[in-house]
Design a protein around this ligand. Structure first.
Ligand code: TYM
Length: 350
């Protein structure tokens, strides 16, 4: 592979970071730091793609951007060794998204399930930005020519679209890419999704067939990273289950979505497999398992919540981290933009 391995991922500052974001994405962001150069982005431009009533307005956006940054750092991302920044500070994302808008096809975007879900029945009234969301996502990744993207299961389709865009750009501009001295004609890598661990799709605590989500009306459906110990314990105790005892083997979790979800959460938080968790708790009642799960959640999440609180109390410090991160991100993005402009044929100052 001719590309240097680099990790990129993003989280939207739309409020209520939850256990799904943590286990599906952020835990893996932390791990990837050991082996790769990583760029982690608070995607504030993606956050405004739905109505202002959804994202909450300017003050809320600023607050949420700082909160996601605080969560990254509290969870163990090192902003000195790696890059942490907010998307809108690096103009290359929007610039490359425009070029990609002219590469991607309406049909590709029309198939995106997230757009269909978020736009609902009234598609005419959805913003153009919501439709274009996955193109901006491709630009986020490819403006750094990132090769690996840790995400939860729900982002798989968007990652496939990023690969399609990279491939079509390489094909459409193949001659120009070769003329710039890149003999294999590959300018953008095809980014690989990293969807790993026992909790790539954490489900709602109220309904094991629905994804845990920021937008669920019921706060009891999710554990927020800012919840205090009592709230966490209460939400776990109230979590929906079925009347059977826990199975002793993983196969027994099939067709039991709530049990599967809780066991997956336990496995992910304790760094064990579902089979190992069932070896300990299989055959027992949910009540004792839930007590153990509540305790584990509190042990793992309370320190993060505490550290987030401390960090958001000093917004100047967080903003300085984002400014420093953007400066370093911009240096990489600007280089890709120069080369991309040459490939497309845009005249620029040299
Ligand atoms: P967002 O902000 O919705 O979610 C952030 C990350 O959390 C994961 N996630 C989950 N994982 C497991 N179970 C769940 N219930 C759950 N809910 C959310 C998401 O998969 C995601 O990894 N489009 C992205 C943000 C983005 C991005 C990017 C990601 C913008 N540009 C470029 C990667 C690369 C999103 O909606 O994130």
């Amino acid at each position: 592979m001719p590309f240097v391995e680099r990790v990129f991922s993003g989280v939207q500052p739309t409020g209520n970071l939850h256990l799904g974001n943590y286990l599906g994405a952020i835990v893996n962001f932390v791990k990837m730091q050991e082996t790769h150069n990583c760029i982690y982005c608070v995607v504030d431009m993606h956050a405004i793609t739905q109505g202002v009533d959804v994202w909450g307005g300017p003050a809320e956006l600023t607050r949420n951007t700082r909160e996601v940054t605080a969560a990254f750092i509290a969870a163990g991302i090192d902003p000195k060794k790696h890059i942490v920044f907010n998307q809108s500070q690096v103009s290359g994302h929007a610039e490359l998204a425009w070029i990609f808008n002219c590469v991607a096809r309406m049909g590709w975007l029309g198939r995106m399930t997230q757009f269909k879900e978020k736009a609902g029945k009234d598609r005419e009234n959805a913003s153009v930005g919501l439709f274009d969301y996955p193109v901006l996502m491709a630009a986020d990744i490819l403006v750094y020519r990132a090769t690996h993207v840790p995400v939860g299961e729900d982002q798989k389709q968007h990652l496939e679209l990023s690969r399609d865009i990279a491939q079509k750009f390489n094909n459409d501009f193949g001659d120009s890419i070769r003329a710039q001295g890149n003999n294999d004609g590959l300018f953008f890598p095809l980014p690989e999704p990293l969807i790993t661990g026992p909790a790539t799709r954490v489900m709602s605590l109220r309904d094991g067939t629905k994804k845990m989500s920021k937008s669920d009306a019921s706060d009891n459906s999710r554990i927020n990273l800012t919840d205090d110990a009592d709230t966490i314990a209460q939400k776990i105790r109230k979590a929906k289950t079925d009347p059977e005892p826990l199975p002793t083997e993983e196969k027994g979790l099939e067709a039991r979505p709530e049990a599967d979800n809780l066991v997956g959460i336990f496995a992910a938080l304790s760094g064990r497999s579902k089979a190992e968790v069932l070896r300990e708790f299989g055959g027992g009642q949910f009540s004792s398992f839930k007590n153990a799960l509540a305790e584990l959640c509190v042990t793992k999440l309370a320190p993060i919540a505490g550290e987030m609180k401390r960090l958001v109390a000093d917004p100047g410090h967080i903003d300085a981290i984002l400014i420093d991160g953007s400066d370093r991100a911009r240096a990489i993005a600007d280089e890709t933009m120069k080369l991309s402009k040459d490939i497309v044929g845009f005249i620029r100052r040299r």
